[in-house]
Design a protein around this ligand. Structure first.
Ligand SMILES: C[S@@+](CC[C@H](N)C(=O)[O-])C[C@H]1O[C@@H](n2cnc3c(N)ncnc32)[C@H](O)[C@@H]1O
Length: 240
C-alpha cells in the first residue's frame, strides 16, 4: 500500500465510514488517486475534490465515476463552496508547498469543516530540500523570497510547520499534533518492494505505522535534522 493510501486508511480509526455518512473534502485533489481505495471500501462516502488543473480534474472525474457521492470542482481552494455543506474531514495531500496564498487556503479549509470536524494537511518538503533540477531550485528560491513573481500553477516553496500551526490556530482550529513521514529509504523501499503474501504486506505496512508511532517523540529533535529524515509533514487539527 502506498504511503498516502495508508495515511487515508488511518481515518478509519477515528471515523465510522461504515454508515456511509462521512464526508471528505480533498483540497488540491489532483487525480484523487489516493482516495480511491478508501472509496472502494466505502462507496457511499461523500467525497469532494477541489482541483484547479482541468486535466487532473477531468482524470479524477473518470476515476471517480463508480462512486455516486463523489464530485470534483475545477478551481483554486481559496473560497468556500456555496453548494456544499461543511465536511467531517477536510484534508490536503502534497499541496501546501504549492499554495501561493497559504493563509487563505488554510482559513478556507477550516471554514469548510463542520464544528468539531477534522482538518489534516500533509505536505512535502522534497522540492525545497532536494530540488530535482536547476529550474526547480530557482522556482523554490523565488517561492521563498519573491513569491509574487511565480504564478499559482508554478508555485513551490519551503513551508515551516510552525507557520501552518500558527495560521490554523489563528483561523479557529486547535492543532492536535504533527506526524512525520516518508523517510527517504522507507519511501524507496515501499516503491520498489513487491509483497508476495498477506504476511509480508503486513510487515511492509508496519513501516508506515511506525512513522506514526515515532512521531510524538520527534518534536524535540532539531528541525533541520528531522526534516531531512522525514520530509513529509502532517498537521492534524480540530475545528473549535
Ligand atoms: C503534487 S499535487 C498533489 C495532488 C494530490 N493531492 C495527490 O496527492 O496526488 C499538488 C496539487 O495541488 C494543486 N494546487 C496548487 N495550488 C492550489 C490551490 N491554491 N488550491 C487548490 N489546489 C491547488 C495543484 O493543481 C496540484 O494538483
Amino acid at each position: 500500500m502506498q504511503s498516502k493510501e495508508f495515511f487515508l486508511s488511518k481515518l478509519e480509526e477515528s471515523h465510522d465510514f461504515g454508515g456511509g455518512m462521512i464526508s471528505i473534502l480533498d483540497l488540491g485533489s489532483g487525480q484523487s488517486r489516493s482516495a480511491l481505495p478508501l472509496l472502494g471500501r466505502y462507496p457511499q462516502t461523500r467525497y469532494v475534490g477541489i482541483e484547479p488543473s482541468e486535466t487532473a480534474a477531468a482524470a479524477a472525474r473518470t476515476l471517480l465515476a463508480p462512486f455516486p457521492n463523489a464530485r470534483v470542482y475545477t478551481q483554486l481552494a481559496y473560497e468556500p463552496l456555496p453548494d456544499e455543506a461543511p465536511f467531517d474531514i477536510v484534508l490536503s495531500l502534497s499541496v501546501l508547498e504549492h499554495v501561493k496564498q497559504l493563509d487563505r487556503f488554510l482559513a478556507n479549509s477550516i471554514a469548510m469543516t463542520k464544528s468539531g470536524g477534522r482538518i489534516i494537511h500533509r505536505y512535502d518538503l522534497g522540492h525545497s530540500l532536494h530540488p530535482s533540477s536547476i529550474k526547480e531550485r530557482f522556482q523554490v528560491f523565488l517561492g521563498n523570497h519573491f513569491p509574487k513573481l511565480l504564478p499559482e500553477h508554478k508555485f513551490v516553496r519551503y513551508v515551516d510547520p510552525d507557520e501552518v500551526v500558527r495560521l490554523l490556530e489563528k483561523s479557529g482550529a486547535h492543532v492536535d499534533g504533527i506526524t512525520y513521514h516518508q523517510m527517504p529509504d522507507h519511501k524507496r523501499f515501499l516503491k520498489d518492494f513487491v509483497p508476495t503474501s498477506d504476511e509480508v504486506e503486513t510487515l511492509v505496512t508496519r513501516l508506515s505505522e511506525w512513522e506514526f508511532d515515532i512521531s510524538p517523540h520527534l518534536s524535540g529533535m532539531q528541525k533541520a535534522k528531522r526534516e531531512l529524515l522525514f520530509p513529509a509533514i502532517s498537521v492534524w487539527a480540530t475545528k473549535r
